[in-house]
Design a binder for this molecule. Structure first.
Ligand SMILES: C[S@@+](CC[C@H](N)C(=O)[O-])C[C@H]1O[C@@H](n2cnc3c(N)ncnc32)[C@H](O)[C@@H]1O
Length: 303
């Protein structure tokens, strides 16, 4: 890699704009999907600016230390490390989460899981009524924290099998001021809660659902995320089937399980809901009109 950090008498100093242009071309040559955006995010984060302020500082030259630090970031991104692992943070549902290689980076499409859960909660349990919500496979705690921030009366029970993920999730809940309403448990699906106390009104789960044969076709960035967060077994349905089975007896009347799914799994989820005695199954689509969230409901459609 030549470029930033190298002497550049002919072209003048490395300004913000010049760096963005050079880095965009370099990322393009390395097959990065969103080269300009990534160059801007990495540089803005390094300089402690948001992207609007970065644009207002196009002519600002970088000093030698800044150039060296940026060069290191560019190398990591060119090696297809996710941007969020480099900056150490990711926005989800307008909240900022610390992330690292121990967790999946929260995805925009998972906001649909939060939106559907919040909608059902508000429709069925008005503010002030007790509301207990499970978050299975909490990762960095994104879904748990988003639900707690939207639903003041909610108590969230967040579970993950990964101790390092839970450590990060706890830090995030504390940093967001939501730790008093989220309890974290380490274990397999609902096992840490079995035999404990009352039932749950809702359960939200973004569990691993990538069919194993598709794992090798994922983008290089995604393959750097924990396999434990992605691998859903031969068809992608192992964790989802077990979760739907175990959650059913834990749900209160009119309770529901909301699952983020692989887009071709809609019909399998409909069949699973019937087998497990859920009263109805609804599929919610993402912005690309793909089935993305399955709502396995103990109440019939329209309730
Ligand atoms: C797709 S990630 C989702 C993380 C986070 N909820 C999000 O949406 O960004 C799936 C998470 O499920 C966890 N997981 C995998 N197997 C599990 C199991 N048997 N029981 C509980 N959690 C599990 C992984 O460690 C990972 O954090």
């Amino acid at each position: 890699m030549t470029g930033p950090g190298r002497a550049s008498e002919d072209a003048g100093p490395w300004t913000v704009l010049r760096l963005i242009r050079w880095t965009t071309g370099f990322f393009e040559s390395r097959g990065v999907d969103t080269p300009r955006l990534d160059a801007e995010v990495l540089l803005a984060d390094l300089l402690g600016l948001d992207r609007v302020r970065l644009y207002m500082n196009f002519d600002r030259p970088l000093n030698a230390d800044e150039l060296a630090a940026f060069r290191a970031r560019v190398r990591r991104r060119a090696a297809r490390e996710p941007v969020a692992y480099i900056t150490g943070r990711k926005e989800f549902y307008s909240l900022t989460f610390r992330v690292g290689p121990e967790v999946l980076v929260p995805r925009p499409e998972t906001e649909l899981l939060v939106e559907e859960t919040v909608r059902l909660a508000r429709k069925r349990w008005p503010a002030g009524e007790p509301l207990r919500i499970l978050d299975l496979g909490t990762g960095c705690g994104a879904v748990a924290a988003a639900l707690a921030s939207e639903l003041d009366q909610a108590r969230i029970f967040a579970i993950d099998i990964s101790a390092p993920a839970l450590a990060l999730a706890r830090l995030n809940a504390e940093a967001l001021g939501l730790a008093d309403r989220i309890r974290f448990f380490e274990g397999d699906l609902t096992s840490p809660l079995e035999g404990q106390g009352p039932g749950f009104h809702l359960a939200a789960a973004n569990l691993p659902y990538v069919p194993r044969p598709a794992l090798d076709d994922l983008a290089p960035e995604v393959r750097r995320e924990p396999r434990l967060a992605l691998d859903g077994g031969p068809e992608g349905l192992d964790l989802i089937r077990r979760a739907a089975t175990r959650v059913r007896p834990l749900l209160e009347p009119r309770g529901a399980l909301l699952l983020e799914i692989w887009p071709t799994h809609g019909p399998a989820l409909t069949a699973l809901g019937e087998t497990l005695n859920y009263a109805s199954v609804r599929l919610a689509k993402d912005l690309a009109a793909r089935d993305r969230v399955a709502i396995l409901d103990t109440a019939g459609n329209g309730d």
